[in-house]
Design a protein around this ligand. Structure first.
Ligand code: KG4
Ligand code: ZN
Length: 339
């Protein structure tokens, strides 16, 4: 029984991409600290994440983050019950830095290690807003993933739909780059999208198909081609209209497919998770659609926990621990780990 100490405290570590983050979470959802060091400025000049640069930053930051998270939480290592660690999916070099730090800390303080899937962390961030009701559907939308996940119970995941090519966040970042915006571009395009008109009629791929899969590469190409054609003809396009047209197409597909899945799977709750869950347009459109259905509750994590952070890994860590899922010392990083 790992929670035999006076307090139930998990130290959580997340280094799957470009944020070094360490948190202390108490009693499943109480966040005592959540230190997040972003590396964005180092990657911006390259227009995207450079894996080697990410790993180097994690090495420099991780022990500092661990100390800061413990100090901010006002605890000592002896108070802790376990260490939760993201072991995938993500950049393998980046994951390995967090994993090595987690193992070293857990070994040194005689604590069990809880393996956590990064995407389950995104989903369980919703627990901060509401107790989860099952069966549940999670729309996971991030820089690397676009998935519809059916959950019959805590910790059980069934992917019923996913992108066949680009992830939705990736599409935002790529079309943003074509507009000359700084990486990551989702937030800025979301803001621009609220100032223009949907005049370009971009494709809504796979919207009419019966399955729950997505495709965003056609939309991305249509966007980039529109931009290039205008450039060749020396035409000036309204960037706000471009952003609105892109976002309207994305939201129509995401909401259309998600609402169909909500109905087909007869779920009680819809959780939106991942970096793109911060999208204002998506949040508004989903709450409008779910609003008409009194049998389904929409849960969206607070904005500051939509992006990558260790607190969500701690919350998911409590779920794994309650199922008796602990890692051995030879736990390895798995860059393409699935839910
Ligand atoms: O979950 P996350 O922080 O990292 C991954 O696990 O991938 O998601 C990052 C992604 C980026 O592609 C970023 O452009 C996108 O989330 N993003 C947004 C918004 N805020 C962040 N996309 C659309 N609208 C936003 N407001
Ligand atoms: Zn993420």
């Amino acid at each position: 029984m790992i929670f035999s100490k006076k307090r139930k405290l998990i130290l959580a570590i997340e280094t799957s991409c470009d944020e070094s983050s360490v948190a202390v979470v108490e009693d499943e959802t109480k966040i005592l600290s959540n230190v997040i060091i972003s590396q964005i400025k180092s990657h911006q000049r390259f227009g995207g994440i450079v894996p080697e640069v990410a790993s180097r930053h994690h090495i420099e930051q991780i022990t500092i983050c661990i100390k800061e998270a413990i100090d901010k939480a006002d605890v000592i290592p002896e108070d802790l019950s376990a260490v939760a660690i993201t072991y995938g999916p993500g950049l393998v070099g980046a994951l390995l830095i967090g994993l090595s730090a987690a193992k070293a800390f857990a070994w040194a303080h005689n604590l069990p290690l809880i393996p956590v899937n990064h995407l389950s962390g995104h989903i369980y961030a919703a627990k901060l807003v509401s107790t989860l009701k099952f069966p549940l559907l999670a729309l996971v939308v991030s820089g690397g993933h676009t998935e519809l996940v059916y959950m019959k119970e805590d910790g059980k995941y069934q992917i019923i739909g996913q992108t066949r090519d680009d992830a939705v966040g990736e599409a935002y970042d790529k079309i943003g780059r074509a507009l000359g915006l700084a990486y990551p571009c989702g937030k800025e395009i979301d803001e621009m999208a609220h100032k223009g008109k949907d005049v370009f009629s971009f494709p809504r791929a796979m919207l009419k198909e019966e399955n729950f899969d997505f495709s965003f590469s056609g939309l991305k190409s249509a966007f980039v081609n529109t931009l290039h054609n205008a450039k060749q003809k020396k035409e000036v396009l309204d960037f706000f209209d471009l952003a609105t047209s892109f976002q309207t197409a994305v939201i129509e597909v995401l909401v259309g497919k998600t609402m169909r899945a909500v109905k087909t799977m007869n779920v009680k709750m819809l959780v939106v998770a991942g970096g793109v869950a911060a999208n204002k347009g998506l949040r508004e459109a989903l709450s409008e659609s779910v609003g008409y259905n009194p049998l389904v509750k929409l849960v969206v994590p607070p904005l500051n926990l939509c992006g990558d952070n260790a607190a969500m890994i701690g919350i998911a860590g409590f779920v794994e621990a309650s199922k008796g899922h602990f890692a051995k010392w030879d736990l390895n990083a798995d860059s393409s780990l699935s839910l």
